[in-house]
Design a protein around this ligand. Structure first.
Ligand code: AMP
Ligand code: MG
Length: 479
């Protein structure tokens, strides 16, 4: 079995100041923990060859596949609003771009592959917990239809990583439509490197937005892509947790799963990240933060906008404002579908908000309540069932106006509301078991999450809300 990968590396053709060329640092004893076979096949890679020793060596960074041109990308970013002119891939190495059999192009990156010139004080490594967490959550997002980076494989390194205590090290093989972030543009803007901004704009337009032209077109396209993306997050109760500009993907994919979480009981102000003291990245703040991030992209691109400065600023601002209508339309479309509605009425947004505010008041479980619209079980999620009854009457009246029966609405709602999301306590259980050497809970959870609308009876426990003692209220950075 030989592993052939069809590389065609365009980022590596950009000038040297875009990255540092270096190979991953080999690890002591690579061992395959998880392999995403469907994704491997979609990339034109033979799963058997990937799982064989040579393949695992490649996934761990111990061997370079033919055609790889490994590099760490440079970027900057606003972290919690504070400017950092020098970030970059501190523990990730891009092996190259893979041309899939369907013609699409994907970055193949190893995360946790050893130190780079951008590591600052970090060790360049990852421990098993964040690697498995990103694997589970990013693959769940993909199965839910949300634009996201993907997880191809997780490999144990056989080395320890020190995070206040010794933990097992791991490498995640990540696949993405690109790894260009708002912070990549900011890196060059801060260095007043207009030439690099032009090259990067051309790269991103070709990669993500064929047919779109110029930096202004890019701002608008990125604003719309972020609008669609964040509306999807909101419709699933997903909280990214660290929406820094270096974690804002210009193609509109969810990237950098650190302290992210799906909510159990709903509250719009919910925050999980242990380092988000002031709730900057709370659930309800995500749309505003996304706009702010796109505005940072616009300011980074200002030096290469055409025409007089005043007019350029005005045009860029208008392009950033493409976020709001896209976000609102997508949010409404998603929530209409969640309510099982087939038509549009002016009051639909308010109807959805009314349900959400009743859920917030009573701490109803986000996923179970919406899934309950499809199964008839939503009432049981409300500590005070009258709160549900009041809303259900409005819902029924709305359904009557579109001439659909409850059964039709329920069937539609079943397609929009997943039974299964990666709940925090289940992720934590899978990680604890994996640290103890048992990958079975991870495997079971990953398999169930691949079909989130289609829960097998044997997996019913995975769809339960956590018991109070199981609930996870804090999540930690992926480092
Ligand atoms: P993140 O919060 O994961 O998006 O990472 C923010 C920055 O810190 C990025 O530049 C990462 O490459 C860097 N970083 C995170 N963890 C490590 C690590 N263990 N070693 C080196 N750099 C890291
Ligand atoms: Mg990051």
């Amino acid at each position: 079995m030989t592993l052939t990968i069809r590389f065609d590396n365009r980022y590596a053709r950009l000038p040297d100041r875009f990255f540092a060329r270096l190979a991953p640092t080999p690890v002591a004893a690579p061992r395959l923990l998880a392999l995403n076979e469907p994704l491997a096949r979609a990339l034109g890679l033979d799963p058997l060859a990937l799982a064989a020793p040579d393949g695992v060596a490649m996934l761990a960074g111990n061997a370079l596949p033919a055609g790889a041109e490994p590099l760490a990308q440079a970027y900057a970013g606003h972290q919690f609003g504070g400017w950092n002119p020098q970030l970059g891939d501190g523990r990730a190495i891009l092996l190259g771009e893979v041309l899939a059999p369907d013609g699409r192009r994907f970055d193949l990156q190893l995360k946790g592959a050893g130190p780079t010139p951008f590591s600052r004080r970090g060790d360049g490594r990852a421990w098993l917990g964040p690697v498995l967490r990103e694997y589970l959550v990013s693959e769940a997002m993909a199965a839910l239809g949300v634009p996201t980076t993907r997880a191809l494989a997780a490999v144990a390194t056989g080395e320890e990583v020190w995070r206040e205590t010794a933990l097992p090290g791991a490498v995640l093989a990540r696949v993405a439509s690109s790894h260009v972030r708002v912070g990549t543009f900011q890196f060059f803007a801060a260095r007043e490197d207009a030439e690099a901004l032009r090259l990067l704009t051309g790269f991103v337009l070709a990669r993500h937005y064929p047919g779109v032209e110029g930096p202004l077109g890019l701002i608008r396209a990125a604003a719309e892509a972020q609008g669609r993306l964040v509306a999807r997050w909101m419709s699933l109760g997903f909280i990214h947790g660290v929406m820094n500009t270096d974690n804002a993907h210009v193609g509109g994919e969810t990237i950098d799963y650190g302290p992210c979480a799906f909510m159990d009981d709903y509250h719009p102000a919910r925050v999980f990240s242990s380092i988000d003291q002031f709730g900057r990245y709370a659930y309800q703040n995500q749309p505003q933060i996304a706009v702010w991030n796109v505005a940072q992209l616009a300011s980074a691109l200002l030096p290469i906008l055409e025409g007089p400065r005043e007019a350029a600023i005005e045009a860029a601002t208008e392009a950033v404002h493409a976020f709001a209508p896209t976000y609102e339309a997508e949010w409404l479309a998603r929530f209409r579908a969640k309510l099982g509605l087939a038509t549009a009425e002016d009051g639909d947004g308010a109807l959805a908000q009314d349900l959400l505010s009743r859920m917030a008041t009573l701490g109803a479980d986000f996923t179970r309540t919406f899934r309950g619209l499809a199964t008839g079980a939503a009432r049981a999620e409300f500590a005070e069932p009258e709160a549900w009854d009041g809303w259900a009457a409005l819902w029924q009246a709305r359904l009557a106006r579109e001439g659909r029966g409850l059964d039709q609405a329920q069937a539609a709602a079943a397609l929009a509301n997943p039974a299964l999301i990666p709940r925090n306590h289940r992720i934590e259980q899978a990680i604890s078991a994996a640290v103890a050497g048992d990958m079975a809970p991870f495997g079971r959870l990953a398999a169930a999450l691949a079909r989130p609308f289609d829960l097998a009876p044997a997996d019913a426990d995975l769809a339960l809300a956590p018991a109070p003692a199981e609930a996870v209220r804090r999540t930690f950075c992926g480092t």
